[in-house]
Design a protein around this ligand. Structure first.
Ligand code: NAD
Ligand code: UDP
Length: 319
């Protein structure tokens, strides 16, 4: 049985990756310090012999007794309000955490895939963003703690690949959504759906002309799996190129939820990227991957998930 270590296992993407690898017949070892994750996301796996869990901060030395074939490093705060609240941990998990996992991969002879992000492109001056674009990041701005940690993570990973011959993969993930996102994590989809369900106004930041392109989680997980199994070491964008402005998206959510909430405008956070759309030519040609789930369908599945949460969970809000 092949063995995979997944860091950030109790988070949104990490928990879906655990499910995917269990379904593919792997022994899965999950690791998480629960700083933004929730054990509820993986509690259905605890009864399985093919699943183990370590409660551990990967910015500290990582020890796993098992042999490992693959490591997926997904531990990191991932939403702007999280990484603004815990900036130092964000920098540490991208730098020290990545260093620990690269060392572990080298010791075990495992292949390591790191979760990078469209944020390495910052507030992009090139549109859509392809992997050859170097980005436009404000190193000392509030988002810099995340963006620069991820950029350093990529550099360190490529150094291990070139210098030690380690097998590495780098996925640049664009905005991904679906069940198990934290309702109060501040990201736009849980924020808008939570507001609609609580009967609150939808808070659009700025004038809402900034754009994002949203990828459903099942498509994202399939892309990550294909990249891990490929022999391609350079970064690959995985995301859905279908772009929408945040104002149009708020209106779409009002229609989806059948509520008559108003839209209210709030100040745009500093360095909020104005346009974001992945160029996925590389993923198409190298992995034969492209997203399949349309936004309408993915949003319906996501809305059903949030609707099924208890009243107490729904009331938890950071806004
Ligand atoms: P998430 O917050 O739901 O999950 C992150 C998990 O990592 C949490 O369970 C958290 O407790 C854990 N964690 C954080 N620091 C840790 C540490 N030091 N040690 C151990 N565990 C730690 O976020 P997510 O959306 O699932 O994101 C997962 C990864 O994907 C992150 O690396 C993120 O940067 C990347 N990513 C996600 C998106 C997206 O749209 N979801 C986009 C780009 C990149
Ligand atoms: N956003 C918004 N209202 C909210 C939360 C977010 O208008 O209540 C905007 C935010 O300013 C950004 C976009 O939605 O332009 C996506 O934000 P998110 O935090 O989901 O992701 P990121 O900025 O990291 O892409």
């Amino acid at each position: 049985m092949k063995k995979v270590l997944i860091t950030g296992a109790a988070g949104f993407l990490g928990s879906h990756l655990c499910d995917k690898f269990i379904n593919e017949g792997f022994k899965v070892i999950g690791m998480d310090n629960l700083i933004t994750g929730d054990l509820k996301n993986i509690e259905h796996l605890f009864k399985l012999e093919s699943f183990d869990f370590y409660h551990h901060d990967v910015s500290k030395f990582v020890h796993v007794p098992d042999e490992l074939d693959y490591i997926l490093h997904f531990a990191s705060p991932a939403s702007p309000i999280d990484y603004l609240k815990i900036p130092i941990q964000t920098l540490k998990v991208g730098s020290l955490g990545t260093h620990n996992l690269l060392g572990l991969a080298k010791a075990k002879g495992a292949r390591l895939l790191i979760a990078s992000t469209s944020e390495v492109y910052g507030d992009p001056l090139v549109h859509p963003q392809n992997e050859d674009y170097y980005g436009n990041v404000n190193t000392i701005g509030p988002r810099g703690v995340y963006d620069e940690a991820k950029r350093f993570q990529e550099s360190l990973t490529m150094a291990y690949h070139r210098f030690h011959g380690l097998e590495t993969r780098i996925v640049r993930i664009f905005n991904t959504y679906g069940p198990r996102m934290r309702l109060n994590d501040g990201r736009v989809i849980p924020a808008f759906i939570g507001q609609a369900l609580r009967g609150e106004d939808l808070t659009v930041f700025g004038d809402g002309s900034q754009t994002r392109s949203f990828c459903y989680v099942d498509d994202q997980i399939e892309g990550i799996y294909k990249l891990l199994m490929s022999d391609y070491a350079e970064p690959v964008n995985i995301g859905n190129p279908y772009e929408i402005s945040i104002l149009d998206f708020a209106q779409e959510i009002i229609r989806l939820t059948g509520t008559d909430q108003k839209i209210v405008f709030r100040p745009l956070p500093k360095d909020d990227p104005m346009q974001r759309q992945p160029d996925i030519s590389r993923a198409k040609s190298i992995l034969g991957w492209e997203p399949k789930v349309e936004r309408g369908e993915g949003m319906k599945l996501t809305y059903d998930y949030f609707k099924s949460l208890s009243k107490e969970e729904l009331q938890k809000s950071d806004h």
